[in-house]
Design a protein around this ligand. Structure first.
Ligand SMILES: [Zn+2]
Length: 422
């Protein structure tokens, strides 16, 4: 029997720089190859010495796709992903290059490797199996962001990697679809120890604050992730569409996602909303919305860059402005620190330092795009694997122990760099 090995190049026991290499005696496949953005300098996964034949980014978030071009320094792999993941990854990777250029930083890849990546890209639809030199790959809708996939690799055994996954539906997405029984499950474990609040209740809460801001002719400033969350917020806030202004990378992402409408649930509704909102294109429009009041949806979600900084500079001393955080805040990001201390502190591109007290009313909501503990356990039960490997989380070991105790399935959490026989 041929031995199939898995090597964990990153994202083992941590969130960030995900990368898993699956090899038999002749083919090397990498599933995800991302960066860890919360570290300074940004961290990259282990670089394998072997020639890589295929790379399959599960979705466009940079912690899963951000290092793919680096592989083109040594190999020339085929890049397999959904067409939407390829397009969004290009948008985000190209933006990273632009930011690095402005900051006079060097990334371990250049425009050339990004071009090579796109030249070697082959779009794959959900549930359309591909032969990869003796192995077989099939993508499943992961329900995490538009275009996101879980990956099923088959070679004697059925190996299923969740990528980032969400079981429950949202206004934007249907929730994941799963294959029938698998042998080995490699699962994300981000919320392996957390139960999330009901989405509908969080939605009511954010709407309440938006209504209040509008009634006072004031501003609801909503920092958002560009991909997924921004579009979900549009659908959630549909009744207020005439008062919404959208700015930053969220604009391009919304246009791309709307173009690839087969990946979302409510494309018609989204289109209607898109025709009503104000698309901010310049500073004059920014100042006008600040004066007039309304809802501002803008990137970056964790306040590390983008037009959100401009709005904070202008609005920070207005106690009537509401800042409504719509997503996860990584520890020590400017958004995380602002919520904790009331101070916005961040160095902008070009070296300008911001450090000011924020008087605005601030609230945080939980609309996670990841499965929580119950959903993860449900997914594992449905797939009924013989072995579970827990990655992508701060408490992978604990989650693996819980799986073994609760479901009586062999589960463990590998270390970064570890190689195992599947
Ligand atoms: Zn993700």
């Amino acid at each position: 029997m041929i031995k199939i090995k898995a090597r964990f190049l990153g994202g083992a026991g941590e969130v960030g720089k995900s990368g898993i290499m699956i090899s038999d005696n002749k083919t090397n496949i990498i599933m995800d190859y991302g960066v860890k953005l919360q570290e300074e300098p940004v961290e990259y996964p282990i670089a394998p010495k072997e020639k890589i034949d295929f790379v399959i980014p599960s979705h466009a978030h940079l912690d899963h796709s951000g290092a793919v071009p680096v592989l083109f320094k040594r190999s020339n792999p085929k890049v397999l992903a959904t067409d939407l993941t390829l397009e969004l990854s290009y948008l985000l990777l190209n933006d990273s290059l632009k930011i690095a250029k402005k900051r006079k930083e060097r990334l371990p890849f250049s425009k050339r490797e990004l071009k090579d990546m796109m030249r070697n890209a082959e779009p794959v639809g959900y549930r359309s199996p591909r032969k990869l030199r003796g192995m077989r790959a099939e993508l499943f809708d992961a329900g995490h962001i538009p275009g996101s996939s879980s990956i099923l690799l088959t070679k004697e055994k059925r190996i299923f990697y969740t990528g980032d996954i969400k079981l429950k539906a949202s206004r934007l997405l249907n929730g994941c679809s799963l294959p029938s029984k698998v042998d080995i499950l490699i699962t994300e474990s981000t919320y392996g120890d957390t139960i999330q609040p009901e989405r509908e209740k969080e939605e009511e809460k954010i709407k309440h604050h938006v209504k209040e801001a509008l009634a006072n002719n004031d501003i609801a400033l909503i920092p958002t992730f560009a991909v997924g969350r921004a579009q979900e917020l549009l659908l959630m806030l549909e009744e207020f569409a005439d008062f919404i202004a959208m700015d930053g990378m969220a604009k391009q992402a919304t246009e791309i996602i709307h173009y690839y409408k087969k990946y979302i649930k409510n494309a018609k509704e989204l289109k209607k909303i898109m025709s009503k909102i104000t698309w901010i294109r310049n500073t004059r429009q920014r100042d006008s919305i600040i004066k007039k009041g309304g809802i501002i949806l803008t990137t970056a979600g964790m306040l590390g860059g983008g037009p959100i900084i401009y709005y904070l500079q202008k609005l920070h001393d207005n106690p009537k402005t509401k800042i409504l955080f719509s997503g996860f805040l990584v520890e020590d990001t400017p958004g995380y620190n602002l919520l904790k201390s009331g101070i916005y502190s961040n160095e902008e591109m070009g070296g300008k330092k911001n450090n000011f007290k924020v008087q605005c009313e601030m609230h945080r909501f939980n609309f996670s795009a990841h499965a929580d503990r119950e959903e993860l356990l449900d997914i594992i039960k449905k797939l009924s694997p013989e072995k579970v490997i827990c990655v992508h989380g701060d408490k992978c070991k604990k989650f693996a122990k819980d799986i073994t105790e609760l479901l009586n399935i062999n589960a463990f959490a590998p270390k970064c760099g570890e190689e195992i026989v599947l």
